[in-house]
Structure formats: C-alpha cells, structure tokens
Ligand binder design. Sequence first.
Ligand code: GLU
Length: 505
Amino acid sequence: MNSDNKEVRVRFAPSPTGFLHVGGFRSALYNYLFAKQHKGTFILRIEDTDQNRLVEGATEGLINVFTNMGVHYDEGPMIEEGKLVAKGDFGPYIQSERLDLYKNHANELLSSGKAYRCFCTPERLEMVRAQMQRDKQPPKYDKHCLSLSTDEIEKRVAAGEKSVVRLNVDSERGEIAFTDHVRGEVKIHAREVDDQVLMKSDGFPTYHLASVVDDHLMKISHVIRADEWLVSTPKHILLYEAFGWEIPEFAHLPLLVNMERKKLSKRQGDVAVEDFLKAGYLPEALTNFVALLGWNPGEGETQEKFSLEELVDRFDLSRVQKGSAVFDVVKLDWLNNLYIRALDNKELVERVRKGFLSEHIESLSLMGVKDLSDEQYEKMAELAKERMKKLSEFFELSKFFWKAGEYEAADLVWKHSDAEKTLENMRAVEAILEGLDMSAFESVEALEKAVMPLADERGRGDVLWPVRYALSGQKASPSPFEIMWVLGKEESLLRLDLAISALSV
Ligand code: GLU
C-alpha cells in the first residue's frame, strides 16, 4: 500500500530487443525498489507488438538477466524447466499473446465514437504533414476520415482496403494536466495532441493502446518509466478517459548520459547489462551503481555502497532528480572494486571461475602448464583483490603464478649491481629457503622474517629485486614473500634455481 492506501502494483515493460540497456535496468530497479518498500507487486511485461523488431530468444535473455542480477519480479513470464510460463493472475504477460484484448478494446472505442477508422495512405499523410509544416502548425493528422459514413467504412473494410484505428482527440477538451512524481506539474493542451494511431493496419496494436489496456487490466498503480515516454503520457491520459478508467500515477526517470553528456547509446560502447556482467562487474555492484543514476540518499549523506536491502529501505521516488544522470565508468570501477574486496577469497575465486578463467586455463594446459590448487587460488585472490576493478582482471594480475613470465637474465640484476653479486644474493636466499620448514611458507611474515635480515645487510634492492623477478618474471608484482606464500617451497626454489642457471651462463 502507498500513502493513500492504494495497493502498489508496478511494472517494467521492455521491448525484447535482444539485450537489456542499463537505462532499462534502472527503470526496472526503481520499480522493484518502489514495489518492495510498499509491500507491493513488481511485474515484468514483454512489449513485443512491434513485429519489425522481434529478436529470437530475447524474452528468455531478459528473464536470465533479471535472474543473474538478483532482482526478482513477482508476476510475469518466467522460465520453468526450460519453458516460458506465465506467473501471476493477470497474464498472459507477453503482449503478442494478448492481441484479442487489444482488438476488442479498439472496437469498444470505435463503437463509442472515441476512435475512428482511417484509410489515408502514407502519401496523403505525408502531404498533410508537409502542409502543416508550411503553415507553421504542429504536424497532426487532419481528421480527414472522421467524416466517413458508417456505410462507406463498411464497404471499404469489406473490400479489403487497409486502415488503422485512431483516437478521436477532442481539441476542446482543454488542458491535460497531471502531477509526475519526478517532473512535478505537467500540462499540455489537447489541441497539441495528435489523433494517435491505436491499431495498425497489420492488426497489431500500437504501444500506446497496448500499454494503456495492459496497465489498466493489470491494475498498475504507478507507471515508473524513462523520460522519453513523458510526451506520450497525455495521449495515454486521453485513452484512460476514453475508456472511463482510473488514471495511474506517473514518474518519469531522467535521461542517462555519458561523460560527454550524450545519450548513452549502443554505438558508444557497452550499454547492455549483459555486457557489463561479461566484462567482470558484479551484479550487486552494478545494481548499486545503477541505483545512484538519478537518485541519491540525501544531502550530507556520504554513503555510496548500498546493498539491495538497504536500497529498498532508503530509496525514495520523490528524491529522483529531474536532470540527466551521468554514467561515470570510473565510479562504477571504484564501486566494483569495493565489492570485490568485500568478498571472501573463496567466493571471489568461485566468481572468477564462472566465466573469467577457463579459456586461460585451457591454453595453459595446452602448453603443458598444470593448474593450481584451490588453496593457491584463494591466496592469489587475497593478493589480487585490492587491485582488481573487474573479475576479468584476475588472470592478468595473477598469471605469473601458473607460469613465470619470460625474462632476460640480465634484467635480474638490480640497478647498479652486477651479475656476480646478484648470483651470490640469490644463492644466499636459496640457502635460507632450503633450510625453512614447509610451514614457513604458510605465512608471509615468517618468510619475511627469514629473509629480511639478509636483505637489510646486503641492500634490499640487491636481494629482493632478483628474487622477486626470478619468481614472477614481471616488473610489477606482489612482494617476493607473497609470491612464495602462493607458490610454496618447491616451486619457489625451482624458479630461483632457473634464474641462477640463466644468469650463470
Ligand atoms: N515498451 C516500452 C519500452 O520499451 C515501455 C514504455 C513504458 O514503460 O510504458 O520502453
């Protein structure tokens, strides 16, 4: 229930285009949060009446994104045992399965005179539009077919002539006004509203008719959707009036723009939720980030990390901003790193293994390189997590653990040192390590304690650089002690040995 004791029922109504735009996900998330905080119902409805835009498998894809993101809807199409089923008492939730409903409702408006059939050809419509433009009028249909007699209409329909159904807008209706939860008071004169097409000539409804009929039949209390639909809302209000239905409340969410303040679009790179997940963003981090695109918890509030439960608690539709929200990838990376660091190592390894590792492991295995143990993975996670912005970076940050990078023996020598000294130091470290118990390799501190006195005596760079470089083959890496902690005694000694032989020749 919301403040006026109305049962809250909200919906996210995407067209199945083959991917879920982050802006669409933001609409879904705000609907979800609003529903949860009002103990209401969140519905997924698939708007697939545009036959030119159908994409095979897109509905299943959308459902999977919601599952992966952990944002669950109460009613809508769901997948059960590999099949699409409708869950809820207001189905079907896929518009192409509701075509009769739209047709019947369009007929109802035709009978009551609130809508009329229009036979105008595209050429005539273009002519009318051009004329209006010349007259500096807003381009609108000129109601040419409104005056057709019932007889004539019947004859032309019987003869198979193509027609559409248009809403008969009464321009004397005056101002259409509504209060938007985000935009505040919105007003437009009925004079400026076109006689919207409700049914197309192919027998399919337009978005406007289908969405109003469904929102009514599904008892939607609040329509929370993207800003781009604000201009359609007056038409929808007229439709509700034509049917004599109660009008829901509206909230139009601000546009998402990139750092250059341009609308986020597929052309400028990743915008699909699926792409962000594939790139290694955690669903919970992405959800947190998207929640902050247009909403913030209030002035003076510095908290930016919110779990889904906290968002349900804190989100406030009336705090959603009007102005565009900037999609800042640097902030997304920062948040994702916070979430990665908060995972325990085992969990982090599990997430990395799901989609970010197998290819690498396969190519290593083709090269004869053995995989590492679970324990080693967890230690690697501990070392990598501070620097990991995305799950996909784990391998790059850790790859030398499977196999040391290739290096020039000469590079083992620290700055102004020489090969002889370097060899001496590596041998000395080797001797220390050989004398250590296996258990010393279970603790970074124990290894440090064993080797640091020598490093302090002979120079840290002179001792630690060649050891670290021998172990990793990388110019930048964790400390030699951390690497030994992961590799264990045997492998550490092996790599040191190889470096010593390489430099000895
Ligand atoms: N099918 C529309 C879309 O893809 C839904 C708009 C609405 O929520 O009314 O955005």
